[in-house]
Structures are given as C-alpha cells and as structure tokens.
Ligand binder design. Structure first.
Ligand SMILES: NC(=O)c1ccc[n+]([C@@H]2O[C@H](COP(=O)([O-])OP(=O)(O)OC[C@H]3O[C@@H](n4cnc5c(N)ncnc54)[C@H](O)[C@@H]3O)[C@@H](O)[C@H]2O)c1
Ligand SMILES: [Fe+2]
Length: 389
C-alpha cells in the first residue's frame, strides 16, 4: 500500500446519456481548429453511430476535421505512422479518438510520434515522454479498457509481434466522453470480452503492490458493478441500465489501475495479444483465474475481500478458504459470458511460451504484481492456461 501518491485522470470526464452532444463546444473551448478523428472503418460506417454523432456535434459547432479510419484491433505501428501522415498532410492541430481501446491507443500513439520522435519502440516503458502530445479528446464506445482516461498506450510491433506499453501522464486525454447510448449495439461477444477487461482491471489494482486507499475503494465498487451488470449486458445489450453500470465500472477500474497499476494478467495478455492478434479482453479473461490462483499466497486476505465483493458467502470460512472462493467466482464470471477456458482457442502454441514469458516479465505491467515470478513459473502459467478444459 502506498501512502504518498499522485492521482491522475483527465481534467474533464463527461458521463451519461447524450453527453456526446457536448463535444463540438468542448473542441471550440480547447481551440481545436482541425482535429484528426482517429477511428476504424466499422465505426465510421455505422449509421448514426459514435463517429456520426461526434461529427454532427463538431459540424454544429463549426469545427472542421479530417478523418483517419485505419485503426486495426491491437493497433500496430503501421497504423500510427499512417495516421501521423494524414495529420501532417492536412495541417491538423489536435486529435479526437472515437472507439474502444484500439482507437484511443492509436490516437495516443500518433500524438506520441508527432512530438516525441518517430520510433515509438524506443519509448516503451514508464514516463519516457519528454514533450506534450497535441491536445487530445477521447470518445469511448466500449466498457472497456478505460484507455479514454488512462496514461497507457498499448501498441503492437507487427514485425516482432511484440505488444508494448508507453506509460506516461502525457498520454492522458484532456477530456473523455462516456455516453452509454453509444454502446447499446456492441455485439454480445464483444461486450463479454471488453467487460471482462474491466473486471480484470478492477481486480489487478486491488492486489497490486502500488495500491492505495482510494484505488481500493474504486476496485471494490467496480467489481460489485460488474457482478450486478456484466452478465445482463451480455445477455441483453439494449438494457441501458446494465450498460450504464458497466461504464461506471469501467471508469472506476480505469481510475484505479491508472494509479495503482496492473499485474501479470495484463503483462501476459499482452504477449498473447501481440503474438496471436487476439482480442485483449479474451486474453485477460482466460488468464485471470490462473494468474490469481498463483498470486493468492502473496495476499490471501486481499482475495478474501475480493470474494465478498463478488457476492460470495465467506461467513465462518478461514481467510484461505474465502480467498479460494474469489478464484472460483472469477472462473464462473468468464464461463457465464462464454469466454473459452483454454488459450488454444486463440491459437496459442507451447513452443512460443518461453519467449512470451521472458517478454511478459519485461512488460510495463509486470512490476506491480503481488508475487514475483521467475520465467519458468510464467511458462508454467501459460501452459496451465493452455491445458484448461
Ligand atoms: N490504454 C489502456 O489503458 C488500455 C487498457 C487495456 C487495453 N488496452 C488495449 O486496447 C485494445 C482493445 O480495445 P477494446 O477492447 O476496446 O477493443 P477495440 O477498440 O479493438 O474494439 C473492438 C471492436 O469493437 C468494435 N466496436 C467498438 N465500439 C463499438 C460500438 N459502440 N458498437 C459496435 N462495435 C463497436 C470496433 O469496431 C472493433 O472492431 C487492445 O489493444 C488493448 O491492449 C489499452
Ligand atoms: Fe486491459
């Protein structure tokens, strides 16, 4: 537990039904004259979807813009290079990201290479950025990564298949928008994957070595909201209350991990995402119970608290037995939203585990894990995730 800490988040966060309508005025207030809209082709093509609604508001405010719609899932270096070129060719002066974590991270990555040097691989790590990014706002459409309010930028090097993180306060968007109406049409499988990311991002900071009292409260509340709403949001995507609660959980978990950091679930999920181009939330969900079972001995009392937040009855149980219930509840959540158990489902191959374990231990999220592992142990964890039935 940290007693002295910085607490970082965007300066303004718009939350709730219809807040997307405020983006045009806010762009004007920030003196954005030609933002680059960073998004993907699917979202751009959606009728009255998040991109269309963002553009309507910018049009109404008389703010011109240029669109880059080349974001790929697990955004690649080639995406940020292409976006940078569009930004420069059109004399843009700011960035607005529209989408999930991939759009936000692509926008952040574009901003990073515009002002901090063209080779982003040299900037992997913690607080490596010397210069501010162009002004950046983020319109979020998944619940979700919380990248719209974090200092993390996750990029994949398509040549080496290595997914790496640039962590810096300079990456935090100036303004975030979370309008649950924009999420009603997220398909069930995507709701499950992104929702499991939120669930994991509410658990890892709670057992992180960098946690503090504020992030603890945020994690517990976020976990309760996931328990109440994730299954329902997957089963019935048009339930606005469930969607709203998942956005709240996403923001709480995001604030928590932005300040208390993550752990081996994310460090290892980045290897699966980079190597096999698999959805981030799915990778996290498959690793969660396995990594936390391994972490349990480092802080059983924390896991016992997690079990309670997950709605388990821990009355009369020893700390150890209560802690085990948290692991069981994590597996149940992933099963209930139909995430496959084995990493075979995303094409994982045991011959890759050694290198992935080595890289996981170097990932920016590994350092705050409550139990310090060896490369051999991480290989075993990948193997366990592979052997799951
Ligand atoms: N920077 C951070 O803090 C952070 C944290 C966790 C994960 N990440 C990264 O974020 C990326 C994953 O982001 P994600 O899980 O949000 O997925 P994503 O951004 O890749 O989006 C997944 C798919 O959902 C679609 N989609 C998005 N919003 C939609 C909507 N409202 N309706 C219909 N379809 C919609 C997109 O078009 C896309 O095809 C990964 O690269 C991951 O590593 C970043
Ligand atoms: Fe995540």
């Amino acid at each position: 537990m940290k007693e002295n800490f910085d607490f970082l988040m965007p300066s303004v966060n718009f939350f709730g039904k219809g807040v997307i309508k405020k983006i045009g005025d806010r762009a004007k207030m920030l003196h954005m004259t030609k933002p680059l809209i960073v998004t993907d082709k699917f979202l751009r093509g959606m009728d009255n979807g998040p991109v269309a609604q963002t553009l309507d508001s910018l049009d109404a405010a008389g703010v011109s813009y240029v669109i880059f719609d080349g974001v790929e899932p697990n955004p690649k270096i080639r995406n940020i290079q292409a976006a940078k070129q569009v930004y420069l060719d059109n004399d843009c002066d700011s960035i607005i990201t529209v989408g999930g974590g991939s759009s936000h991270d692509c926008g952040k990555g574009t901003g990073i290479i515009l002002t901090n040097g063209d080779d982003i691989t040299k900037l992997a790590g913690i607080e490596t950025l010397e210069n501010p990014l162009p002004p950046l706002m983020a319109v979020n459409t998944t619940a979700g990564t919380a990248s719209e309010l974090t200092r993390h930028c996750v990029i994949t090097n398509e040549k080496t298949k290595l997914k790496f993180v640039v962590v810096s306060w300079r990456n935090i968007p100036l303004v975030s928008f979370n309008d649950p109406m924009l999420e009603l049409d997220v398909p069930a499988a995507m709701t499950a994957a992104t929702g499991m990311d939120t669930f994991v991002q509410s658990i890892e900071p709670y057992v992180s070595t960098n946690r503090n009292e504020i992030t603890d409260g945020q994690c517990i509340e976020a976990i309760k909201l996931c328990e109440e709403s994730l299954r329902e949001a997957v089963a019935n995507g048009h339930n606005l209350e469930a969607r709203t609660k998942m956005v709240e959980a996403e923001m709480l978990g995001g604030m928590a991990f932005n300040n208390a950091d993550l752990g081996y679930v994310h460090a290892m999920a980045h290897q699966l995402g980079g190597q096999y181009d698999a959805p981030h939330g799915v990778c996290c969900a498959m690793l969660l119970p396995i990594v936390e079972e391994y972490n349990l001995v480092a802080c059983p009392e924390r896991f016992a608290e997690l079990a309670k937040a997950m709605g388990e009855n821990t009355d009369g149980l020893s700390t150890r037995d209560a802690a085990e219930l948290a692991i069981k509840a994590m597996r149940q959540m992933a099963d209930d939203v139909h995430i496959p158990r084995s990493i075979k489902a995303i094409g994982a191959k045991p011959e890759d585990f050694e290198l992935m374990a080595e890289n996981a231990l170097k990932d920016g999220n590994a350092f705050s894990n409550p139990r310090k592992g060896t490369k051999e142990e991480i290989v075993q964890l990948f193997q366990k995730a592979y052997d799951m039935k």
